[in-house]
Design a protein around this ligand. Structure first.
Ligand code: TXA
Ligand code: MG
Length: 352
């Protein structure tokens, strides 16, 4: 399959390009499009064969359910049913935007979308290109992140091509997305509702609407033990290099431990990469480490924006190991912690 790339205007997407993309979706083919979180690989949510193509293209197990994207809250009724009372206040406040709600699946949505579950995950993205594509296609669009299974999510068309060239029909290239981390997934079918994946919408903001919103143990501050129990987190969002995550109350002590580990690994002949904030990077003066600056601690948004791109950058520099320090877990920090924890396959080096 030849993968075509169209450079589309991110603010007011060109009509002819959106027409081409919409026809591709209607034909049951795959279109990669930008959202405000990460790039997604899209297909017609009501077309079973198109949905299957997504699993094949990503090498994604059929047991991992997909998110359905809509362009208007009124479209929700075609995708989900028996909406709980919290649905409305949540969609009114957070849509369009990086919030995915898990609801009871509408019978018209093929079970394959939801890995056979009775539920369905739905979100309304805010990116103008995503909205235009969904509207033009006249359907809802299933779209997982446009990476191969277990790889870091793509935040540029180049990342998408690295993973999916020859596996998708069309890529709409609109430059890097605003957020860089996937949406927050909230299950509304349980009482109280639960966060299944922290993401672009901070949990603190969700609690304004859902005060008793539940979090899984590995996200609670100080719960490094629960976080690092083996098997709790599957390999996900991972570059080919091994990622080692360091945590501890004393930043200086953590950085010293990272430096010592880096030196040991280098002495063993390994190529070491470090992902560091601007502030921390000053500490790693040894030019033999490949230091990728992920943003500033003053603004977690910068870190979210760069995180996956920097993982891929160090990978392209052929590092064997990536060392990174855990940051605060508030606001967007919780999603950053989650992605790092998964990249590290749940293993955390705790520095006393
Ligand atoms: O920001 C995003 O959400 C991006 C963009 C493209 O919209 N999409 C995305 O999709 O991250 P994906 O497939 O990479 O992640 C979907 C997440 C998975 O963690 C999946 O388990 C969960 O949503 N999910 C989907 N349907 C579900 C369901 N019915 N019940 C529970 N979890 C579900
Ligand atoms: Mg994904």
């Amino acid at each position: 399959m030849k993968t075509n790339v169209l450079k589309v205007n991110p603010i007011s997407p060109q009509d002819d390009m959106m027409q081409t993309a919409a026809r591709t979706i209607q034909a049951g083919r795959l279109v990669v499009f930008p959202t405000e979180t990460v790039y997604g690989v899209g297909a017609d949510a009501f077309n079973v064969e198109a949905v299957q193509r997504i699993f094949t293209a990503k090498e994604r197990p059929a047991s991992d359910p997909l998110i359905v994207h809509i362009a208007d809250p009124t479209q929700l009724a075609a995708v989900a049913q028996a909406m709980p009372p919290l649905t409305r206040p949540l969609t009114e406040r957070f849509w369009p935007g990086p919030l995915t709600l898990v609801l009871k699946r509408h019978p018209d949505i093929p079970p394959a979308v939801s890995a056979g579950l009775e539920t369905v995950a739905v979100r309304m993205p805010s990116h103008p290109v995503a909205l235009a594509l969904i509207r033009r296609s006249g359907t809802a669009i299933v779209a997982p992140s446009a990476n191969l299974f277990t790889r870091p999510s793509p935040t540029t068309a180049a990342h998408v091509l690295q993973d999916l060239r020859g596996r998708v029909d069309l890529i709409l290239d609109a430059g890097p997305p605003d957020i860089g981390l996937e949406s927050t997934v909230v299950d509304l079918t349980t009482t109280p509702p639960r966060v299944l994946r922290p993401g672009g919408t901070p949990v603190e903001a969700l609690r304004d609407v859902v005060p008793d919103l539940q979090l899984q143990l590995q996200y609670l501050d100080g719960e490094t033990e629960a976080a690092s129990s083996p098997g709790l987190l599957s390999k996900h969002y991972s570059p080919q290099a091994r990622v080692i995550l360091f945590d501890g109350a004393d930043n200086r002590a953590v950085l010293e431990r990272m430096q010592a580990m880096a030196e040991t690994l280098m002495a063993e002949g390994q190529t070491v990469g470090i992902m560091a904030t601007e502030e921390d990077a000053l500490f790693f003066s040894d030019i033999l480490f490949r230091v990728a600056i992920i943003g500033t601690q003053q603004n977690l948004k910068t870190i979210g924006h760069n995180l996956f791109a920097k993982m891929r950058l160090l990978e392209a520099q052929q590092v064997d190991v990536i060392l990174v320090r855990a940051l605060e877990r508030t606001g967007l920090g919780l999603a950053i912690w989650d992605r790092l924890l998964r990249a590290a396959e749940g293993q955390v080096v705790t520095v006393e």
